[in-house]
Design a binder for this molecule. Structure first.
Ligand code: AHG
Ligand code: MN
Ligand code: MN
Length: 289
C-alpha cells in the first residue's frame, strides 16, 4: 500500500528499503564513539552510521528541502525550500534506543515529514512513523489518509495491519526516568496506573510505544525534578510518535497539551512525552494541572 504523495512515498520507501541494511549493519557497530550528539549523549557507532546512511539517501530525494537528525547539530539544506508547497523537511531519529544495542533489545528508527521549515510544530506533519527492529522488522506509516503497519523483508514492505487502531481497553504502561526523580503529582498518577495496568518498559521509545499501539495503555517519559523538560526530543521523537498515536485514535501530551501543538524554540528541544488511550492522557493532564 503506497502513500499518494510521491515525495512522501519516496521518503517512506527509502526508509523501509534502508531498514534491512540498518538492521544488518548493527552487527559490528555496537560500540560507542568518543563523540556526543547535540543532546550531549554519547553516540554509538551505529547511531552515526545509520544517520549518515539515511541522511545521504533522504537528502537526495527531489522535494526534500531539509534533513535533520538527532545526531546532527545543524539542519542539512537539501536545496528545495521546505516552506514552498511541494517540498518537505524530514526529521529522523536514526537509531532510537541505541543503549539497547549492548543488551540486544528492541530498537527503532523514527521519522517525521514536516510541511514547514524546521524546527516545526507537530501539526505541520504530513507523515510520520517508525521502523521497529524486533524479532521481526516492522514499520508503521501514518499520513492524513492512512495508518498502516508493514512487515519488512528484503527491502519490500508487506501490509500486516491496514488500519492501526489503539485498542479501547488499556492493558500496559511504561514510564521512563527514575521514581525518586518524578515530581509528586506525576508519581501519584503513576501509582494509580500501576494498580490498573501491566508494566512494559524496555528502554527504547519505539518498542514501548508499539506495546501501547498493540495492547492499549500509555507510555510516558515525564518531566523530572532534575530535568523538567524531560529527556525525549520534540522534533525527532515526541512529534512523530504523537502524530502516530493520535492517528491511531489515542492522545498525546507534554503534560498539559497535545505534543503537536507545542511551539518549538530549538531543533533539539526536549519535551515530556505522554501517549496512549485518550482517557489515560486526560487523567494525566488533570493530575498535573
Ligand atoms: P535514543 O537512543 O534515540 O537516544 O533514545 C533513547 C530514549 C528512548 O528511546 C527511550 O524511551 C529513553 O531514551 C530511555 O531512557 P532511559 O534510559 O532513561 O530509560
Ligand atoms: Mn530516540
Ligand atoms: Mn537515537
Amino acid at each position: 500500500m503506497t502513500v499518494s504523495d510521491p515525495v512522501v512515498e519516496s521518503v517512506v520507501a527509502t526508509i523501509s528499503r534502508s531498514a534491512t541494511e540498518i538492521r544488518q549493519g548493527l552487527i559490528g557497530r555496537r560500540g560507542t564513539v568518543d563523540e556526543e550528539n547535540p543532546s550531549g549523549e554519547t553516540q554509538a557507532e551505529a547511531d552515526v552510521w545509520a544517520d549518515e546512511l539515511l541522511g545521504d539517501r533522504l537528502a537526495a530525494i527531489d522535494g526534500v528541502g531539509q534533513y535533520a537528525s538527532e545526531e546532527r547539530a545543524e539542519i542539512v539544506d537539501c536545496g528545495d525550500d521546505p516552506s514552498s508547497t511541494d517540498a518537505y523537511a524530514v526529521a529522523v531519529d536514526p537509531l532510537d534506543g541505541s543503549s539497547n544495542l549492548k543488551s540486544n533489545n528492541a530498537m527503532g528508527t523514527i521519522f517525521g515529514v514536516y510541511d514547514a521549515a524546521l524546527p516545526a510544530r507537530g501539526d505541520t506533519l504530513v507523515a510520520a512513523g517508525f521502523v521497529l527492529y524486533g524479532p521481526i522488522t516492522t514499520m508503521v506509516i501514518a499520513t492524513d489518509e492512512l495508518i498502516t503497519e508493514y512487515e519488512l523483508s528484503g527491502g519490500e514492505r508487506t501490509v500486516v495491519d491496514r488500519d492501526v487502531t489503539l485498542p479501547a481497553e488499556p492493558v500496559v504502561y511504561g514510564f521512563g526516568g527514575r521514581v525518586p526523580d518524578w515530581p509528586d503529582d506525576f508519581r501519584a498518577y503513576a501509582r494509580e496506573i500501576e494498580s490498573e495496568l501491566k508494566l512494559r518498559y524496555g528502554g527504547a521509545l519505539i518498542g514501548d510505544v508499539n506495546q501501547v499501539l498493540t495492547y492499549g495503555g500509555t507510555f510516558g517519559y515525564p518531566g523530572l525534578e532534575s530535568r523538567p523538560e524531560g529527556k525525549l526530543r520534540l522534533q525527532f521523537e515526541g512529534n512523530p510518535i504523537g502524530y502516530v498515536v493520535e492517528r491511531a485514535g489515542g492522545r498525546s501530551s507534554n503534560g498539559s497539551q497535545s505534543l503537536l501543538t507545542v511551539e518549538p524554540d530549538d531543533l533539539h528541544d526536549r519535551t515530556p512525552v505522554h501517549v496512549g488511550n485518550e482517557e489515560l492522557i486526560d487523567r494525566l493532564e488533570d493530575a498535573l494541572a
